[in-house]
Design a binder for this molecule. Structure first.
Ligand SMILES: O=C(O)c1cc(=O)[nH]c(=O)n1[C@@H]1O[C@H](COP(=O)(O)O)[C@@H](O)[C@H]1O
Length: 291
């Protein structure tokens, strides 16, 4: 039997909706780039990494709807870096802040099963509320993570239309007149259908960059109908603005978690300044959504 995770309380989409209503939609990135760590006056070593991560915990925990630690910047320090990541994830979780771990995993189903257990399972060392996953071994290969997340009140965010310029070469490619990205969105919509029938967001989220311009319309993609929470990176450092969100997402805007990392983290290392930067951005985004 699967030991209930947060599902004992509420499904992921419901928890996320509540957190966004309370704090605004911003998902604050925790990306300890070397340049940022050094600009905070910290050494780029394990102690600097820990200080950076824990400053983010102090600034963001309980103040934003969700955070997204980028695993790569912790993995670069080996097992001890991953231990710092785990401490940060645990601290955010303890404060009730939703953690979307940006690990972008994806593999054949049997291996995906192990990744799912590692990040979302009952015995995971520091389970996240959701994890980013790559569907480029086929959407169906993600089944173990999608199902485990559903059973434990957690979520996945499936890459659909990424913010990088190389993305369209794969994601816009078509088979039988349907783009790869549209097939992924339709997969998520099918997995979220039950939640959608209750008027809720589902547990299968999608990653759609705020930088993609008119791609949704061009590819005939209906994100609103997917009932997917939509993680939208690309604000700030990658050039997208809050105004772009409205143009890109249209009717799906209420499902969008705009993500910004470097543009907010640049306000550190002062905890109050960092917290204020995140709050201001989240308020600006909430106002934009309401207008
Ligand atoms: O999955 C992601 O979060 C992601 C997908 C994508 O299409 N583009 C993208 O930038 N990201 C991540 O979002 C964050 C963006 O950081 P900033 O550009 O500093 O705001 C990084 O952690 C990226 O790895």
């Amino acid at each position: 039997m699967t030991t209930p995770g947060p599902a004992a309380y509420q499904p992921f989409g419901v928890r996320l909706r509540e957190a966004m209503a309370t704090h605004g939609p911003l998902c604050a990135g925790v990306d300890p780039h070397r340049g940022l760590v050094e600009s905070w006056g910290l050494a780029y070593d394990l102690s600097g990494l820990e200080r950076f991560a824990m400053t983010c915990v102090e600034a963001f925990a309980g103040d934003v709807a969700s955070v997204k630690p980028q695993s790569a910047f912790f993995e670069v320090f080996g097992a001890r870096g991953v231990a710092v990541l785990e401490r940060a994830v645990d601290a955010f979780t303890e404060a009730g802040t939703i953690v979307i771990l940006d690990a972008k995993r994806g593999d054949i189903g049997s291996t995906m099963d192990a990744y799912a257990e590692a990040f979302l399972g009952k015995d995971a060392p520091s389970p996240a509320d959701a994890v980013t996953v790559s569907p480029y071994l086929g959407y169906g290969s993600l089944r173990p993570a999608i199902d485990l997340a559903g059973h434990t009140g957690r979520g996945v965010f499936v890459l659909a239309l990424t913010s990088n310029p190389e993305g369209p070469s794969v994601q816009h490619a078509q088979r039988d007149g349907i783009s790869v990205a549209r097939a992924i969105v339709e997969g998520a919509a099918a997995d979220n259908a039950e939640a959608a029938s209750r008027g809720e967001m589902g547990h299968v989220g999608l990653v759609v960059g705020a930088t993609i311009g008119s791609a949704l319309a061009d590819l005939g993609i209906d994100l609103a109908a997917s009932a997917a929470p939509i993680l939208a990176p690309g604000l700030g450092a990658q050039g997208a603005t809050p105004a772009d969100l409205r143009a890109v997402f249209g009717a799906a805007l209420p499902q969008v978690l705009p993500n910004a990392s470097r543009s907010i983290l640049a306000a550190g290392p002062d905890v109050s300044a960092l917290r204020a930067a995140a709050r201001e951005e989240s308020e600006r985004l909430a106002e934009m959504l309401a207008s």
